[in-house]
Design a protein around this ligand. Sequence first.
Ligand SMILES: *Cc1c(COP(=O)(O)O)cnc(C)c1O
Length: 458
Amino acid sequence: MHQELAGDLARLPELLDGARRYATEVLSGLADRPVVAAAEPPEPAPLPERGTGADGALAQFRDRWAPGFSASAGPRYLGAVTGGATPASLTGDWLTSTFDQNVVTDLDSAAAALERESVGWLRELFGVRSHEGAFVSGATMSNFVGLAIAREWVGERLGVSVAQDGVAALGNVPVLSGSPHSSVYKALSMLGMGRGCMREVPTLAGREAVDVDLLAAELAALDGRPAIVVANAGTVNTVDFDDLRAIAELRRRFPFWLHVDAAFGGFAALSPRHAELVAGLDEADSVCADLHKWLNVPYDSAVQFTRRRDLQTRVFRNAAAYLSPITEEPDFVHLTPENSRRLRALPAWFTLAAYGRQGHREIVERDIALARELGDRIAGMPHLRLLAPVRLNVVCFTLADDPATERVGALARSVAGSGEAFLTPTVYKGTPGLRAAFSNWRTTGADVGRIAAALRAG
Ligand SMILES: *Cc1c(COP(=O)(O)O)cnc(C)c1O
């Protein structure tokens, strides 16, 4: 054994203890370090010939790289939709690497059964009781898998198998959506259907929710051709929700697969006051929910739900002599793009076991209340104005006068430069603006005070 490796093996308990102490130090300073790192990344170093052992690697990481890392796991990082990691999910993540299971089959381990239990819990959490599910790396992959199953369904309607004969056998597939997330276009590109197959349906006046009557008209114009509808449960700018029940109802009249992108909006189901926003989610043929956002598990983690496992395995089956055949309960290797898979269910399992539905409801409801509070404060600042009402956990706003891209960007940079918060720029219905998304378990009212002060000073 290489000398450094043998040395590390002999000192494993001390090494892990050192890593734990360092992690503790990082986490105890997380709420107060600058949200966006000021340090420039170091110059790339050459490949080490001998190595320095794990202690040496930790020391180098700490000196060279850690100063350039953001506080994205902390309470005032409001860019994109970014969750942190609850104490239990972090524990689960450490143990995922400790056990280093490959969740491909049931042949050697209970890990796949733990993933199934976790999917069952998430099903209850989101109220999609009639679906099966699997973990994937993020909402983009969840949308990709959902749309891949949708594509196979369209093939089934037309009497072809895309999995066998390729997308050319299908021709152009109409995909309809009101305010699709950018990742849906990426998924369509990866699926060989092309970004160009998306037909954006107009939204309701002043909203990001699709106009269901216009959607019905577009479906009617297809004259019986099977289509895919991507409904949105939580748009990134203003967290608007399509009327899922009304859209699902249209399936009585028109043949389409209903995929719902509920990446973070699905968490509305945890709050009885907001659950109505996702009423009808269970009607979807496939559902995407992100977990590294509002469940507050570490990257990378999302879940993909569907009712058509038969079509899913047609697309993703990986027939090999050393793997088990596809049964009623297929191995995960036959369900998602990966073959070898990390047990990314374990952090989710840990946080749900530790805090339950109630604990996660409290995080969701607190973040919603904090977003409202920031929205109220912004409404009271003469130099700013809201671009939309705060519907859930995102505040979308801009400068009251002359909201040019450059000026809005300057405000974002000034807030980031203060180290107090991080917000991401956007364009909402043609107007440049900023988004403040609340999805971290640590955020408090005091944080909202600091964010508001940074915005006032900016
Ligand atoms: C974040 C997000 C995605 C993409 O999620 P990743 O986890 O970054 O792949 C897709 N749809 C919506 C609505 C999102 O908010």
